[in-house]
Design a protein around this ligand. Structure first.
Ligand SMILES: Nc1ncnc2c1ncn2[C@@H]1O[C@H](COP(=O)(O)OP(=O)(O)OP(=O)(O)O)[C@@H](O)[C@H]1O
Ligand SMILES: [Mg+2]
Length: 479
């Protein structure tokens, strides 16, 4: 079955011209009652014209969008517009052709056209992805949804371009962007159908599933390290298997690592990918371990090429430990609830509350193998904040020479606490057991005494909570 019949089944098989006429008629029919045909009043006429121009069909094809499509046709970017491949919450994706040849003509090419919906509601929660993006600092128009959508389409175009040009991760080639219309390469299965999403791919066996899982994990790292991006909506729906290769799509919401929420998005991506592959009944890796694998600049015992997908996939498959025990699950549970803070700029008031509840962690304590290096990366002011807000972390490294697992264990989880062991979370306890299981009674006692003493000392010079808040506010307002 060819594309045309595929689209016929969808009820759409018109060429672009016919399609446009059809759509325009629909718009007229739908909004005829709004268009005044009686006596002309200048102000009223203006309103009516405005309404008709903004009326949308399927939330996508409003007359403005049709004009952009027409402009792309006039410029030869699109020669023929076909049916709809996907109607989503935020965008519809259409199939189209460029060029006029009949198969053997090189210029004839299949395209995927993603048209962002111009309805306002859907885009409401999207600001958080654009907010905090350095690249979009001047172009944010959060009060104008149409401008917002334009930014959104441009963002997807730029992100796609970045990924495509990196040549390390396959992605559809971006071709054009015009307002809310994005033109890109169409990933074709070869028989007229779009290549399947991971969700729909008919995997042969567990080995094949594991291969794509490890590839996905390697891609998350490459996206972060090479493309400087966190996908932020990664799932089995937003990856396509095309010619046996995994392609990443739908990158409009992707952010750079500097984005204040990038680490939260990264953690969410890892969770989504893990939960899909877990359902596919293969062994998966702990989320925290994948997180660490993604953000660590260098990898332990890695002799391969950091730009090579194959080398990274091999490393992932051979090196990352399998998630198998209830403790692993518990650790991931805590990992998901940690508030990830990259630096002072990301500190919020709620951090202090979370901190006292034991849910606070700092990036540097999350990635144990990068601990020392990251600690050095904090500026003096940041160090001050960190030490004043996470006393235990410092006391641990003071008293124990900054030993990696120890500072990890004590990473500021009980700031104000005179809390005893019973108040500690399951996670802290298991971590402690793991880190200190070879310690004898006396040295344990001594270590605890030292820690208590150092806590006592620290309390004497402790910065009060309200002072800390003020300090953070000051730092923020300086930015
Ligand atoms: N370049 C492409 N080639 C082939 N198929 C594509 C291409 N781009 C998108 N698709 C198909 O269209 C679907 C929707 O695309 P995409 O994920 O980019 O839109 P979306 O923003 O997720 O829409 P929504 O989230 O609202 O569902 C994909 O799942 C995929 O099946
Ligand atoms: Mg999608």
């Amino acid at each position: 079955m060819g594309l045309n019949s595929q689209f016929r089944d969808l009820g759409i098989s018109e060429t672009f011209e016919a399609y446009r006429d059809h759509v325009n008629t629909e718009v007229l029919d739908k909004h005829a009652h709004n268009i005044k045909t009686d006596e002309l009043s200048l102000t009223k006429a203006k309103t009516s014209k405005d309404k008709a121009n903004r009326a949308t069909v399927e939330n996508v094809l409003d007359p403005r969008t049709m004009r952009f499509l027409h402009a792309l046709t006039s410029r030869g970017v699109i020669s023929e517009m076909n049916g709809c491949l996907s109607t989503g919450k935020e965008a519809n994706v259409y199939h189209a052709f460029s060029g006029y040849g009949n198969g053997d003509d090189q210029s004839r090419r299949e395209l995927a056209i993603k048209i962002y919906k111009t309805s306002i509601l859907v885009f409401k929660d999207r600001e958080r992805y654009v907010d905090g993006e350095f690249r979009f600092r001047n172009s944010r128009s959060q009060h104008n949804p149409r401008k917002m959508i334009k930014i959104w389409a441009e963002k997807e175009f730029r992100n796609l371009k970045r990924i495509h040009q990196s040549k390390v991760i396959p992605a559809p080639e971006p071709i054009e962007v015009k307002s809310n219309v994005l033109v890109m390469e169409f990933l074709n299965r070869g028989d007229g159908f779009a290549s399947p999403r991971v969700k729909d791919y008919p995997f042969k066996d567990g080995e094949e599933i594991t291969f794509y899982y490890c590839t996905m994990v390697a891609y998350i790292r490459l996206l972060y390290q090479n493309c400087q991006l966190v996908h932020a909506d990664l799932s089995e729906y937003n990856a396509i298997i095309h010619e046996k290769k995994l392609y990443i799509i739908d990158v409009s919401q992707s952010v750079q690592p500097e984005h204040p929420m990038s680490l939260d998005f990264l953690r969410m991506d890892i969770k989504n990918i893990n939960s899909y592959f877990e359902r596919m009944a293969i062994d998966i890796f702990p989320e925290r371990i994948i997180f660490q694998f993604v953000i660590s600049e260098t990898l332990d015992k890695f002799g391969g090429d950091y730009n090579s997908v194959d080398d990274l996939v091999e490393y992932v498959a051979k090196t990352l430990p399998i998630k198998c025990t209830p403790e692993d699950e518990a650790e991931d549970g805590v990992f998901r609830s940690l508030h990830l803070v990259r630096n002072l700029g990301g500190l919020e008031e709620r951090d202090f509350d979370r901190f006292t509840l034991g849910k606070f962690d700092l990036l540097k304590s999350l990635i144990s193998s990068d601990n020392k290096k990251n600690a050095k990366n904090f500026t003096a002011a940041e160090q001050f904040e960190i030490s004043s807000s996470s006393g235990e972390e410092d006391s641990a490294s003071d008293s124990e020479g900054g030993d990696v697992s120890d500072s990890d264990e004590d990473s500021g989880i009980e700031e104000e606490s005179d809390s005893d062991d019973s108040e500690k979370s399951y996670y802290e306890k298991t971590k402690e057991l793991k880190g200190k299981k070879h310690e004898d009674k006396d040295s344990k006692k001594q270590r605890k005494e030292e820690a208590k003493e150092s806590k006592r000392e620290r309390r004497k010079t402790k910065v009060k909570k309200h002072v800390k808040k003020k300090l953070v506010k000051k730092t923020k307002s300086k930015k």
